[in-house]
Design a protein around this ligand. Structure first.
Ligand SMILES: [Fe+2]
Length: 323
């Protein structure tokens, strides 16, 4: 029998030093989803995104009457004003990488375009965006997103339309696909893009959200973008429905974080079937953080060896190389 996986310990949700390590290991080396092209419909409007303390600016510079292609979307880092790595998928989804250290898009999200190319994401117009802060670590929110064990008691309205009985998560390379009901593939489709972005098609519209980390590991900023093609009334109905679910999750996360910070919860065992999505992304974080730590330790050791060599050379020692 496969051994059961444990959750990341509570310290990973509370330590500022661990967040800094996560920032270098995870955020600066990942691709982040910003939105479908319909988010960038307004020509000349600069949209700012702050991800892990890096600000990027997106602008649609394509001619008004033409469709948007990859050359029409400019993504720059605010600091240097230079273009950064971006990817507009054939189905119309825009992703950015925060540093040159991120792997190639195809390598990072292997197999993603095969899946997203089946859907045209350019149909639903952008209707509204909202943003606010929450008292929880970014992983507290992603933990909840990546499983639906909590759905039945936390989301009574959602569960009525999407019974958790059928809910399943399939993990791929740096992304997960959630299906609420296998008989309705185009409704109840949820995509998680490691580490902090999601795209959710349900209830007649589409929502994307990002859980943005801050230097304080107990604080995150939620950013939501809503897409819908119905009338104002229909959109408001949809908005009310999806907001209800988001508020329920928000309250749950603030309470969970409180328990993590007070030492009420240390770590536990993950359900291998119902929490396979949590296991997948937490293991990914752990793997990347450990790798980064080893890299930085090796670089530090190398540096101290160099210092030692220099000291010895300066001191006239015969030893000129230290392993
Ligand atoms: Fe939830």
């Amino acid at each position: 029998m496969e051994s059961l996986t444990r959750t990341l310990p509570a310290s990973w949700f509370c330590s500022p030093a661990l967040y800094q390590l996560e920032r270098r290991a995870v955020f600066l080396k990942s691709w982040h989803f910003l939105g479908p092209v319909t988010r960038f419909q307004k020509r000349g409007e600069q949209l700012k995104y702050e991800i892990a303390q890096v600000t990027v600016i997106v602008e649609n510079t394509s001619p008004e009457k033409e469709g948007i292609d990859v050359d029409g979307i400019t993504v720059c880092a605010e600091d240097e004003g230079v273009k950064i790595k971006s990817r507009l998928t054939p189905s119309g989804l825009l992703f950015v990488a925060l540093s040159l250290e991120a792997p190639d898009f195809e390598d990072f999200f292997e197999g993603l375009e095969e899946l997203t190319n089946k859907v045209d994401f350019t149909k639903l117009p952008h209707r509204r965006s909202i943003s606010y802060e929450g008292r929880f670590n970014w992983k507290t929110m992603i933990d909840g997103y990546q499983e639906c064990l909590h759905c039945q008691y936390t989301h009574p309205t959602f569960s009525k339309f999407y019974p958790p009985t059928f809910y399943s998560v399939t993990n791929h390379k740096n992304f997960s696909q959630h299906i609420a009901d296998p008989s309705k593939k185009s409704d109840g489709l949820f995509l998680y893009f490691f580490p902090i972005c999601t795209l959710n098609v349900y209830g007649g519209g589409m929502t994307s959200f990002r859980t943005l980390p801050s230097a304080n590991p107990g604080i995150s900023r939620m950013e939501f973008d809503y897409y819908h093609e119905g009338s104002d009334e229909e959109f408001e109905e949809y908005f009310k429905f999806v907001r209800q679910v988001a508020i329920e999750d928000f309250e749950l996360c603030e309470k969970a974080q409180e328990n993590l910070e007070r030492g009420v919860y240390g770590e536990g065992i993950l359900n291998p079937v119902k929490e396979n999505g949590v296991r997948f992304y937490q293991q990914r974080v752990k793997e990347l953080v450990y790798r980064q730590h080893a890299l930085e330790k090796a670089a530090k050791d190398e540096k101290s060896n160099t210092v030692q060599v220099h000291a010895e050379m300066d001191g006239g020692s015969k030893v000129i190389a230290v392993q």
